[in-house]
Design a protein around this ligand. Structure first.
Ligand code: HEC
Length: 112
């Protein structure tokens, strides 16, 4: 009886982590990793160390029309002003991941 319970518990844990935990977590940390490796030197904590007004915070993204994954991905791919283009350095998938990460962090207020 005890054994059945532990098998059930393990199966349930696996199911829950498959359904909710793992993929979402992997995606977030992949985006965070790309951000830390490529963006953080200018945008740590969602700030902008080069053009101070153009932060990655929700209000600035909205003001400058960068509050969609598409707009962020486009700017990351092509660059703008003093921001370098990443189209040759990062894959389209990575750019998509990092754009989603930026938007998620902006919505969450860059707390972490
Ligand atoms: C060398 C510094 C530098 C790096 C590295 C950099 N950026 Fe930028 N970023 C800038 C500058 C400068 C601007 C303002 C560009 C402008 O509009 O003149 C900017 C603007 C932005 C904006 C628009 C913000 C707004 O309020 O308009 C987004 C989104 C953005 N960067 C995302 C990223 C992402 C994601 C990465 C990494 C893949 C990255 N940046 C890497 C310098 C950088």
């Amino acid at each position: 009886m005890k054994r059945i319970f532990s098998i059930l518990a393990i199966a349930l844990t696996m199911l829950v982590s498959l359904a909710f935990g793992q993929p979402a977590f992997a995606e977030v940390s992949a985006g965070a990793k790309i951000f830390n490796n490529n963006c953080a030197q200018c945008h740590a904590g969602g700030r902008n160390n080069v053009v101070a007004a153009k932060t990655l915070k929700a209000d600035a993204l909205e003001k400058y029309g960068k509050n969609t994954v598409e707009a962020i991905a486009l700017q990351v791919t092509k660059g703008k002003g003093a921001m370098p283009a990443f189209g040759k350095k990062l894959s389209a998938d990575d750019i998509n991941l990092v754009a989603n990460y930026v938007l998620d962090q902006a919505k969450a207020g860059w707390a972490s």
